[in-house]
Design a protein around this ligand. Structure first.
Ligand code: PGA
Ligand code: ZN
Length: 438
């Protein structure tokens, strides 16, 4: 098995035009050839407080302080020193060495972005070494399940400069017979929605994750027009295509007042609503009663554990309740959630924790406790499609990777289309959300 001979790293740009890292692993000469594999690191905007640290230079003279030269130095220096000479297939040991080289709990010394870049590039090199596609290398012969896409067709919150406080309005083509058909349905609904928005006088520009970002007056008006788009495209809302939301409620929770505040309306001087935790739960429940919603992510804030517990008690047998900011792909928080009856599903983001091994362990813990997992992109993405392979390898059954435009989103869908084609008759497509509408 080839060994790591060198690491290199490049400051590249993500989909928002902010700097991030691309890390490359080169192996020693094994059977006369050296292998070269790269991975790029994504970056979030509505980040959880307890995510592993994304190291930025904070040098105001470059990229408004967002440069990642220090992270690159850390790849070339301490991280390279820690892993050079290791066999690329020893992912767990390598990740452990990376964690050890950093030595902090939140990877703040060397940067989770630097560490993750190395971790993912190593996995790619190892897959190359044994001549296997990444999903097969990571997931073995059993990796045959294509994920149901959660397609984010209207963007709000911090991902769009519009009036919507809820961050993501997603469609789930659960009734599609294959991944390729799910993508076709999604695309048709996306373009029907575009037409409807236009007809109703709204702009059809898109937000950070490729969903439209119209100035709709409320969450309900966004859900109404999506239901209309599903119907006009020729599909049945609920039965064939259900709805999901990521409220990203941490962004509009006032921890001092303990209230959920319609921030954007407030800032615009418009009438706005403030909700207590109880009222926010009632509100989410009323949305689920009115619309065919079968999944809600971050309906409550990351520091409102009691609100989460009550919401899960009330709705946890009816819909998928996904924890993103509250769990941050961290087994410690997930364990607390499992013990306290908080959520029934976890969003999985590689860069929230910072190594592939910890990510895989978190998925395993979730599955073994009956939690579903949704593999996720970040709002700042690159053309790297690692998460597509990860979704198949872990049999997560669901992926969240944006809308039906913008290549940093589409490349993940395209990779999944290729995997489905490659698997041929062995490919399975089943939505893992047990509460899906039928
Ligand atoms: P982020 O958004 O990458 O900006 O955190 C994605 C999400 O909240 O799910
Ligand atoms: Zn989220």
């Amino acid at each position: 098995m080839p060994k790591i001979a060198a690491l290199s790293a490049l400051e590249i740009l993500d989909s928002r035009g902010n700097p991030t890292l691309q890390v490359t692993v080169r192996t020693d000469e094994d059977t006369n050839k050296c292998l070269i594999a790269s991975a790029s690191v994504p970056s979030g905007a509505s980040t959880g407080k307890f995510e592993a640290l994304e190291l930025r230079d904070k040098d105001p003279s470059r990229y408004q302080g967002k440069g990642v030269r220090k992270a690159i130095e850390n790849v070339l220096g301490p991280l390279a020193k820690a892993v050079i000479g290791q066999e690329v297939s020893h992912q767990k040991e390598i990740d452990h060495l990376l964690i050890e080289a950093d030595g902090t709990k939140d990877k703040s010394k060397l940067g989770a972005n630097a560490i993750l870049g190395v971790s993912l590039a190593v996995a790619r090199a190892a897959a190359l070494a044994v001549n296997l596609p990444l999903y097969r290398y990571l997931g073995g012969a059993a990796a045959d399940l294509l994920p149901c896409p959660m397609i984010n067709i209207i963007n709000g919150g911090v991902h769009a400069d519009n009036s919507l406080d809820a961050q993501e309005f997603l469609i789930r083509p659960t009734g599609a017979p294959s991944f390729a058909e799910a993508i076709r349905w999604g695309s048709e609904i996306f373009y029907t929605l575009k037409k409807l928005l236009k007809e109703n006088g709204y702009v059809t520009s898109v937000g950070d994750e490729g969903g439209f970002s119209p100035n709709l007056s409320s969450t309900e008006s966004a859900l109404d027009i999506i239901v209309q788009a599903i119907e006009q495209a020729g599909y049945q809302p609920g039965n064939q295509v259900s709805l999901a939301m990521d409220m990203a409620a941490t962004e509009f929770f006032d921890a001092n007042l303990k209230k959920y505040i319609e921030k954007k309306k407030k800032a615009a001087g418009l009438p706005y609503i403030e909700r207590t935790g109880q009222e926010q739960t009632d509100y989410l429940e009323s949305l689920c009663a009115k619309y065919p919603i079968d999944s809600i992510e971050d309906g409550l804030a990351e520091n409102d554990w009691e609100g989460w517990r009550i919401f899960t008690e009330r709705m946890g047998k009816k819909i998928q309740i996904i924890g993103d900011d509250i769990f941050v792909t961290n087994m410690e928080f997930l364990k607390k959630g499992i013990e306290q009856g908080v959520g029934n599903s976890i969003l999985i983001k590689l860069n929230q924790i910072g190594t592939l091994t910890e990510t895989l362990e978190c998925v395993r813990m979730a599955h073994s406790h009956g939690f579903t997992t949704v593999i996720s992109h970040r709002s700042g993405e690159t053309e790297d499609s690692f998460i597509a392979d990860l979704a198949v390898a872990t049999k997560a059954g669901q992926i969240k990777t944006g809308s039906m435009c913008r290549s940093e989103r589409i490349c993940k869908y395209n990779r999944l289309l290729a995997i489905e084609a490659e698997l041929g008759g062995a490919a399975r497509f089943t939505d893992s959300n047990p509460f899906r509408k039928r």
